[in-house]
Each structure stands twice: as C-alpha cells, then as structure tokens.
Write a protein that binds this ligand. Structure first.
Ligand SMILES: Cc1cc2nc3c(=O)[nH]c(=O)nc-3n(C[C@H](O)[C@H](O)[C@H](O)COP(=O)(O)OP(=O)(O)OC[C@H]3O[C@@H](n4cnc5c(N)ncnc54)[C@H](O)[C@@H]3O)c2cc1C
Length: 376
C-alpha cells in the first residue's frame, strides 16, 4: 500500500477522533489522524478529566460509559498515563438531595450492580479528604468514576496510538475536503477507504450542511484550577453536590427532583440561570480542577463573567474544603451539543461518518461509542 493510502482516516485529535483511531487500529486498520493544530487544544484538554458513568442515562449509554471506562484503564496501564480509579461522591447536605439519591438507587438497578450505594458522612470523609462533614446527611458513593489529567491524557492516547499501533498522527494538518477515496489536506492528498470526521467545534469546514441540519449548538463553560496542593495532598474520590443532580441525565427520571429544583431556583437563582453545577477533580501534579457553568448558543462572546466564577467557588465551599483553593488558572471551554441527544453520528456520504455532539460526556463516552461505530 502506498504511504498515503490508509484504511481509516480520522479528522480531529480530540478524544472523539483519538477513540475512533484507536478502535480502527485495534481492528488492524492502517490509520492516519489529522489534527489542524500543532497539538490538541480543544474541549478534550479543557475538561475535568472525569470518566463519569454515574451521571449517564440509564441503559445503553450507561453501558457505553462502563465500556469506555475499561478502555481508559487499559490505555492507562499500557501508556503509564496518570489515571486514578477513585470513584465519586454525590454529597447530600439537604433532605431533598438525599431523596433524589435514594430514588435514583431504588430505580437504577444497573448502578447498584456496579456498587453504587448510600454512605454515611464518616465513610464519605474516609473516601475523600475534601468532604465537608458539617451538615452532611449522607452521600451516594459510586465506584466507577475515573480521574485522568486531560492535558496529559490526550497526548498520551496519541502517543499510545503511535507506539502500539504504528498509527500516523499528523499534527498541524487541516483537512479541507473529502471526496472518497480522496482526503485533501494542507499537506497533500491522501486516499482512505473510510473517514471519521470528529471536528469538535468546527461545524463550518467539513459538511456544514450536515451540522446545520442537526441543530447542533455550542455550550460555553467557565473553569478554574488551583496551584498544586501542598504536602502531596490527595483529593481521593471526586466530588459534587446537589446542583449536579439537576444536570445529569441519570437523575432526570426521579420524581423527587422537582422539589430539589424548586428549592435551588429559590435559593440559588444565579446558579440556575447560568447552568452552574460544581465538580471537583485533581490533576497529575496535585492541582484541583473546579467548574463549571453552561451557556448555549451558536456563537459565544469570548469573555468570562467573574460573577460566574465567584458563584462556582461559593457553591464549592458549601460541600468541599481543601488546603488551598486559591485559583491559579481560569479558562473557558466549548463543547458541541445536540438538544435531546447524547451524540450525533451521521453519514453524509458513503464511507464518511461524522461523530460529534457528545456534550459534557465526551471523555466518558467516546471510547465506547467508537467501538460501536467500528463494529457496524
Ligand atoms: C470545560 C469542559 C469540561 C468538561 N468536562 C468533562 C468531563 O469531565 N468528562 C467528560 O466526559 N466530558 C467532559 N467534557 C466534554 C468533553 O471534553 C467533550 O465532549 C470532548 O472533549 C469533545 O471531544 P472532540 O474530540 O469532539 O472535540 P475537541 O477536543 O474539540 O477536538 C476536535 C479537534 O478537531 C480538530 N479539527 C477540527 N476541524 C479540523 C479539520 N478540518 N482538520 C483537522 N483537524 C480539525 C480541532 O483542531 C480539534 O482539536 C467537558 C467539556 C468542557 C469544555
């Protein structure tokens, strides 16, 4: 086969593209991946690094998240990337939060099978050094969540593809046009049997009509990170509070959610208006990642609202404490989202699959989704 002929070409070096490249390479395909930037700087390096099955819609999406989790653990073991199998705690400081968590457990047997259960404040505090136990009633412990460091994990997956599967990863190369078998790039023409377009927030360069027809939007999020915590302090289980119950699909079916929602609207209207819910994760070097807010539009202004950051920090302090919450970095991230759907998978022409719109769960779902897309 000539050097520029491959079985599978992937466009986009974020987690969605990397996951499809990995699934194809595992099948024995000759793979090339094109990333327009010199290294990936999109949503995939701007996130919490949380592999978060517990928040996913019960049924096949939860199963997909668990499959992804297995693949993350395999890749981490083989590539020696930092990956903590720490689980998560949803902390209940109010009776309405506890009610939602208990209803979730009684209506979601698959989560119980994975080991999800209510724990006492004492057990919660043993699982994470950051838990605020004053006023804590109980917590949902889930053992399935992983914590990776996205700024390290995304390059690690790329190097793993090169080292183990001899994949050709071409940074600084934009794909301008696809007309199979031709894939036209800024570095010449390639020939591919099939293509996965995993272009993240770029809806305009390739297949703009496909994106327009899908009503895809961009969600903008504000994020923060502390400096490294002193004395090698470890977070342990990743944490969240009651606002998170209003965010994830896993809890949407709980009838008790409306009471919680009513209280949050009354007590924390600014948080609700700005889509704030708060997660706490850690990085390989011991910093804490804190966020986030959610604003949906086709085009976003580039500015951060400091009131949003203040509200995130204020809410964080209601359920968590750490040696040093002083913020060292702030940034925004944008992910594509399709209203009412967990992903966008479409074939605009034979042999070409657009994979996008994984919303706030791309780290959690991409590996599993890619296996599904490659099996058809
Ligand atoms: C702040 C934030 C926090 C999040 N937290 C989590 C979390 O903790 N857990 C979780 O599961 N998910 C999380 N998410 C969601 C997750 O990060 C996204 O779903 C995921 O990163 C999307 O991956 P992607 O590959 O589609 O996009 P991206 O990472 O943006 O990658 C797309 C890539 O395609 C490249 N590209 C585009 N067009 C071309 C072209 N024509 N030629 C070549 N290259 C091209 C771009 O340069 C870009 O690098 C979070 C998202 C954000 C923004």
């Amino acid at each position: 086969m000539p050097d520029n002929h491959v079985d599978t070409a992937v466009i986009g070096g974020g987690i969605v593209g990397l996951a499809h490249a990995l699934a194809a390479a595992k099948r024995g395909d000759r793979v090339v991946l094109f990333e327009r930037d010199d290294y990936s700087v999109g949503a995939s390096i701007r996130n919490f690094g949380l592999i978060w099955p517990v928040g996913q819609r019960p049924g096949n999406v939860y199963a997909r998240a668990l499959k992804s989790r297995e693949i993350w653990l395999d890749v981490a073991a083989e590539s020696h990337m930092w990956c903590r199998d720490v689980g998560s705690l949803h902390l209940a400081h109010h009776p309405d939060e506890e009610a939602v968590l208990e209803e979730f457990l009684s209506t979601t047997p698959a989560a119980v099978e994975q080991g999800c259960r209510m724990v006492t404040p004492t057990e919660a505090a043993k699982r994470s050094a950051a838990v605020r136990t004053d006023g804590l009633r109980s917590a949902l412990w889930s053992p399935t969540e992983l914590n990776v460091d996205p700024r390290q994990a995304i390059p690690s997956v790329a190097y793993h593809l090169i080292a183990k599967y001899d994949a050709d990863i071409r940074f600084g190369t934009t794909v301008r046009n696809i007309s199979l078998p031709r894939v036209e790039t800024t570095d010449g023409v390639w020939h591919a049997e099939r293509v996965f377009v995993c272009s993240g927030n770029d809806f305009e360069t390739l297949y703009p009509d496909t994106f327009a027809a899908a009503s895809i939007v961009r969600c903008k999020l504000q994020m923060m990170r502390t400096a490294r915590q002193p004395d090698a302090w470890q977070l342990g289980a990743t944490l969240c509070g009651g606002l998170t119950l209003l965010h994830y699909d896993a809890f949407k079916h709980c009838t008790s959610l409306s009471t919680l929602n009513d209280r949050m609207l009354e007590e924390l209207p600014f948080c609700r208006e700005n889509g704030i819910h708060v997660l706490l994760s850690q990085t390989a070097d011991g910093a804490l990642t804190i966020g986030d807010s959610h604003h949906y539009a086709k085009t976003h202004h580039p500015f951060e609202d400091e009131r949003v950051n203040a509200a995130i920090m204020q809410y964080l302090r209601t359920f968590a404490e750490a040696p040093d919450f002083e913020i060292a970095e702030r940034w925004t991230g944008i992910y594509p989202s399709v209203p009412g759907a967990t992903e966008l998978v479409v074939q605009p022409e034979p042999g070409v699959t657009v994979v996008n719109g994984l919303g706030g769960a791309g780290m959690t779902l991409s590996f599993g989704l890619a296996e599904e897309n490659l099996s058809t």
